[in-house]
Design a protein around this ligand. Structure first.
Ligand code: ZN
Length: 327
């Protein structure tokens, strides 16, 4: 499914780092992280706690704005290979300047320049969604929201929350989301991955987001599913990630098809693709196999993603035009 033009809404920039890129950066900086790779040079981990450990070690080599600019270039190259024409990447001021607004500006400038250069060379259109880290708590989330509001523009277009879903409650972060909303940023929140349907309901009600990262466990409460459908809440579904982390045992047991059949606006993304040994093309191939979804269905999901994208109207038109191109 590589040739099908695609749009992706849920991609953690650090989590999309190709292993060869991270290994190269580690060599340059003389940091020994050999333990995070298997003999073929892929990221290797046994279970969820080990995944977090490997993820942290791998991304610890990313430090300066220049490192992040090079990362954007590397990720844009990978996305272009998968036929991705538009992608939103999650970026965290906590990892880029420690939540300091002026340091964050330098990172944003470097990443935006790299994103524009990649696009000029035929790569995907890239936008950044600032994410606070839930387990760092509401105070650091406020700083992340301030960083997002201060740098909102052609590149930074959204605000969201990632991190450990089991820590705290969505309403603890309402202040940050209010600030981001007033600044004009699009809003999304991770929920309904490790947390149950209640976490999805609270994210919608207390944070007033238009999109949910994952949200798949809404399926455990059909009244909630119907509400998501009625309200037009968009789910950023990452099936390969859910299966790799053991949320569902097999592709044909993943609830994305049920959610779609019940009228929920679902989209498909990869989360942290090289860590889960997946690509967006692989996800599409697996969905086609598991549910018999043809290119028309998959192209429809991409249009939903374009409509839900955190970008301005002219960009949305460009994305829709690119999606409507050669399939
Ligand atoms: Zn995620």
């Amino acid at each position: 499914m590589k040739s099908l033009p695609k749009a992706e809404l849920h991609l953690h920039l650090e989590g999309a780092a190709p292993p060869a890129f991270i290994a190269g950066l580690a060599r340059q900086k003389k940091i020994d992280i050999a333990r995070v790779f298997d003999e073929r040079g892929d990221y290797a981990f046994d279970d969820f706690p080990h995944f977090l450990e490997v993820y942290e070690a791998a991304t610890s080599v990313l430090k300066t704005p220049e490192d992040y600019a090079r990362l954007v270039t590397a990720v844009a190259g990978e996305l272009a290979e998968q036929g991705v024409v538009y992608a939103e990447t999650f970026l965290s001021p906590d990892f880029c300047g420690g939540g300091d607004v002026s340091a964050w500006r330098d990172y944003v400038a470097a990443m935006q320049e790299a994103a524009l250069a990649a696009e000029a060379q035929g790569g995907p259109i890239l936008r950044g969604v600032v994410t606070c880290i839930r387990h760092f708590g509401p105070d650091r989330a406020r700083r992340a929201a301030l960083c997002a509001a201060e740098t909102m523009g052609d590149f930074i277009t959204g605000y969201g929350i990632a991190g450990n879903e089991m820590m705290g409650r969505p309403k603890d972060f309402a202040w940050s989301f209010d600030l981001a909303r007033e600044a004009g940023l699009g809003l999304t929140a991770h929920a309904g991955e490790w947390g149950g349907p209640v976490s999805v309901r609270e994210a919608v009600e207390d944070l007033r987001v238009t999109r949910i990262g994952h949200g798949v466990r809404a399926i455990e409460d059909l009244a909630l599913v119907d509400r998501l459908a009625e309200d037009g809440i968009v789910l950023e579904v990452c099936p390969g990630s859910n299966i790799a982390l053991g949320l569902y045992p097999r592709w044909d047991r993943h609830p994305i098809c049920q959610l779609w059949e019940r009228g929920v606006k679902v989209t498909v993304s990869t989360d942290d693709p090289p860590f889960f040994h997946t690509t967006l093309s692989d996800e599409y191939d697996r969905l086609a196999q598991a549910f018999g979804w043809d290119e028309e269905v998959l192209a429809g999901l991409n249009r939903v993603a374009a409509e839900a994208a955190f970008c301005d109207a002219p960009t949305r038109e460009r994305v829709l035009a690119r999606l409507g191109g050669t399939g």
